[in-house]
Write a protein that binds this ligand. Structure first.
Ligand SMILES: NC(=O)c1ccc[n+]([C@@H]2O[C@H](COP(=O)([O-])OP(=O)(O)OC[C@H]3O[C@@H](n4cnc5c(N)ncnc54)[C@H](OP(=O)(O)O)[C@@H]3O)[C@@H](O)[C@H]2O)c1
Length: 258
C-alpha cells in the first residue's frame, strides 16, 4: 500500500461552532490544518470560518448540515470521499442530549438522538476509513463521553457504542495506517447542558473540564495511537472505578449530576 502525506493536512470537524468541536477547530487551525467545518447554523459557521481563515491563513470550507438527517450525513460523507480534497483527520463531535430519562421522553426524540449520535458517526467513519485506507493514512476522533462507562440511559448507550467500535477500529486498521480514537470527557464547560435544559448547579466544581484542555490532551493521545483518551487524571481514576465496581453501584452514583 502506498502512503502519500500531503504538505498541508485537512481536518473535518462536526459541531464546530460551539464547545468541544469549536476547540478542536481552533487547535487544529493553530497547528496549520485546513478545515472543513460542519454544523446546522450556517451564519455561525461562516463567522467561525472567517475568523480562523484570517487568524491562521488556512483554507476553511463550511458545510451546513443537520447530521440527524439522511441528506445531511450524505453531504458530509461526500466531502470525506472527495479525492480532490482529501481529509486526513475526521472529528465526529456533534452531539446533544435529552433532558428526560428514556421511558419518559418522546420516542421520536430518541430516534433523532440515535441518528445524530450513532448513525451519523457510523456513516462518516465508514466514508473516512474507505478513503483513508486507500491513501494509507488517516485519523478519526470520535467524541464519546465518560457516560460510556456508566449505565445512564440512551445517551450513555450511544457513547458506549462508539467507544466499543473505536477500540476495534483502532486495532483493525492500524496496519492500514489509520488511527481511530474515542475521547471520553467528563462534564465540560460548553453549551451542551444549557441546550438540553439540564441543571448544572448540583455538579461539583472539581468535576468540570475546560474544552481547550480536553482537546489538547486528546490530540496528544491521538499522536500516541491510543484507542481511548480520557482527559484529566480525576476522570481516569473514575473510569477505573467504574470498571471494577459492580454496575448497580456505578448506576446509582451516575444517577446524580442531572
Ligand atoms: N459538554 C460536556 O459536558 C460533554 C461531556 C462529554 C461528552 N460531550 C460530547 O461532546 C460533543 C460536543 O458537545 P459540546 O459539549 O461541545 O456541545 P455544544 O457546546 O452544545 O456544541 C454542539 C455542537 O454540535 C452541533 N450540532 C448539534 N446538533 C447537530 C446536528 N443535528 N447536526 C449537526 N451539528 C449539530 C452544534 O451546532 P448547531 O446547533 O449549529 O448544529 C454545535 O456546534 C458531543 O458529542 C457531546 O455528547 C460533552
Amino acid at each position: 500500500m502506498t502512503s502519500s502525506f500531503p504538505a498541508t493536512q485537512r481536518a473535518l470537524v462536526t459541531g464546530a461552532t460551539a464547545g468541544i468541536g469549536n476547540a478542536y477547530a481552533r487547535a487544529l487551525a493553530q497547528r496549520g490544518f485546513d478545515l472543513v467545518l460542519v454544523a446546522r447554523d450556517t451564519t455561525r459557521l461562516e463567522k467561525v470560518g472567517t475568523d480562523l481563515r484570517s487568524r491562521h491563513r488556512i483554507a476553511v470550507d463550511i458545510i451546513g448540515a443537520d447530521l440527524s438527517t439522511v441528506d445531511g450525513v450524505q453531504d458530509v460523507a461526500n466531502a470525506l470521499t472527495d479525492t480532490a480534497k482529501p481529509v486526513d483527520l475526521l472529528v465526529n463531535n456533534a452531539g446533544s442530549s435529552l433532558a428526560g430519562w428514556f421511558g419518559t421522553t418522546d420516542v421520536a426524540d430518541e430516534d433523532h438522538q440515535l441518528d445524530l449520535m450513532v448513525r451519523a458517526p457510523m456513516h462518516l467513519t465508514d466514508a473516512a476509513i474507505k478513503s483513508m485506507t486507500g491513501r494509507g493514512h488517516g485519523q478519526v476522533i470520535n467524541v464519546a463521553s465518560m457516560a460510556a462507562f456508566t449505565p445512564r440511559g440512551t445517551y450513555s448507550a450511544h457513547k458506549m457504542w462508539i467507544v466499543n467500535l473505536s477500540r476495534w477500529l483502532n486495532i483493525h486498521y492500524a496496519d492500514a495506517g489509520v488511527t481511530v480514537m474515542a475521547v471520553c470527557p467528563g462534564f465540560t464547560h460548553t453549551e451542551f447542558h444549557q441546550r438540553m435544559g439540564a441543571r448544572t448547579d448540583n455538579i461539583p466544581r472539581w468535576m468540570w473540564l475546560d474544552a481547550d484542555k480536553v482537546v489538547k490532551s486528546s490530540l496528544r493521545d491521538l499522536g500516541k495511537g491510543k484507542a481511548v483518551s480520557i482527559p484529566s487524571i480525576r476522570y481516569r481514576v473514575l473510569a477505573t472505578f467504574a470498571q471494577y465496581v459492580p454496575a448497580s453501584i456505578v448506576a446509582r452514583v451516575a444517577k446524580r449530576g442531572r
